[in-house]
Design a protein around this ligand. Structure first.
Ligand code: MN
Length: 420
């Protein structure tokens, strides 16, 4: 698909994250004003609360934008999702009849502060990149036991905490936790020394499912409203001690950062790409009717306090073994009901090459092989006051579908977390 041209400044530039083809949804505020829903276009955000109030978005069943969250629009369903996208394309295309009526509701991107784009109902995180699972399994259990026997059959996941999800730009405090190294006689309670990121892709469930009724992969795909970048901050030392037999718990509960713009499934449609060849035939309920992944280039930048950024990893969402729709379908096999606003983390995305690993744990091979930053400093895990930033974009012919930034700065642990 070629670039769709817009009359809004900046939207037709080849390196713009937000051309008309994209139209990602967020929640923004300007100085002192209430947060409200908006769509990014070029160098601007279109204020959808104001545009809707002015009668420019006469969607059936509306209004959808009195509240500063996308849940109401998601709940309205795929026909309304398509109608909104069609209305926005009509209003923002080159030569749009109503351009002069829309223009007063554009706000410069440089003037906005971004907020959580939706209310997270529940949060589930998966473990679905084979390179990542093999790398971590090798470090935790040795290469012969690296991939658990279920891995090639089940999209493995665990139920996380919606309360831990924060928007890009939110500082993250290094956690305290129970730590025990392999040679320590007993555990101790201390700040995590092996605090890490996980480069992930988040799928947002826009339609509910019924308790007791599993959904197919095709039904699951139609339930997904859009995607964000997701950093599943992870305390590896807490994880290594706590994770057996029930999986990660406090190691993953400090924070999960998402990018502020929901890139819709509709915008990503031209970038579909298949899951890899199956090493074991999957059970029929996991069969895909069409390519389930997207070709999205991803990278991670690390910036020390006062320093310059080093890109420490470059990979792609097409490296996954299971798609978001397969994960969502599997999630309902028990009869578990999904809700509008559920967030599914893809699992850490690692490519086969060393510089395509999506966590510091893998990049430094468990701390045994520290890597070097611009300027000569080294890292095995995150230092205090480092900022980690995930970026991603699908690349079309003369345009890109960008996700914006998914950034967080790691603050030092509290001196005494129980001080009152
Ligand atoms: Mn994760």
């Amino acid at each position: 698909m070629p670039l769709m041209r817009s009359w809004v400044a900046g939207a037709n530039a080849p390196d713009c994250d937000f051309p008309l083809n994209n139209l990602p949804y967020g929640v923004f505020s300007t100085d002192g004003a209430q947060p409200r829903c908006g769509v990014a276009i070029g160098d601007s955000v279109l204020d959808l609360r104001a545009a809707e109030a002015a009668g420019l978005l006469p969607l059936a069943g509306g209004p959808y934008f009195p509240a500063p969250a996308w849940n109401a629009l998601m709940a309205a369903g795929p026909e309304t999702w398509a109608a909104l996208r069609a209305d926005l394309i009509r209003l923002l295309s080159d030569g749009a009849a109503q351009a002069e009526q829309v223009r007063p509701y554009l706000v410069p991107l440089s003037a906005v502060r971004m907020h959580m784009p939706f209310t997270v109902a529940e949060y589930t995180d998966f473990y679905a990149s084979k390179n990542h699972a093999f790398n971590v399994g090798t470090m935790f259990r040795g290469p012969e036991n690296a991939l658990p026997p279920n891995w090639l059959h089940i999209p493995i996941g665990y139920n996380g905490r919606a309360s831990s999800v924060v928007v890009s730009g939110t500082d993250v405090r290094r956690p305290w936790g129970q730590l025990k190294g392999p040679n320590d006689p007993a555990p101790r309670f201390a700040p995590s020394q092996r605090f890490d990121i996980e480069l992930e892709f988040g799928a947002i469930v826009g339609q509910p499912s019924t308790a007791g009724r599993p959904v197919t992969v095709a039904e699951a795909e139609a339930m997904i409203f859009g995607y964000v970048l997701l950093n599943d901050w992870s305390a590896r030392d807490i994880q290594a001690w706590e994770y057996q037999p029930l999986g990660p718990f406090q190691a993953k509960a400090t924070a999960t950062t998402i990018s502020p713009w929901i890139v819709t499934a509709a915008a990503l449609e031209p970038f579909r790409t298949p899951t890899p060849a199956r090493e074991k035939e999957l059970l029929p309920y996991l069969a895909e009717a069409r390519p389930g992944l997207y070709d999205i280039a991803l990278e991670v930048g690390l910036t020390p306090e006062g320093g310059t950024e080093t890109v420490i990893s470059r990979t792609n969402y097409r490296e996954m073994y299971y798609s978001a729709a397969q994960q969502l379908a599997h999630h309902t096999t028990s009869g578990c009901a999904m809700r509008v606003g559920d967030l599914l983390g893809s699992g850490t995305i690692s490519g086969p090459e060393k510089d395509a690993r999506g966590s510091l744990l893998e990049l430094s091979w468990g701390g045994k092989e520290p890597f070097t930053l611009e300027g000569g400093a080294t890292r095995s895990f995150i230092d205090d006051n480092d900022t980690l930033n995930l970026r991603g974009a699908a690349r079309g012919d003369g345009y890109r579908i960008g996700f914006g930034e998914c950034a967080g700065k790691v603050l030092p642990a509290l001196a005494d977390p129980y001080a009152r």
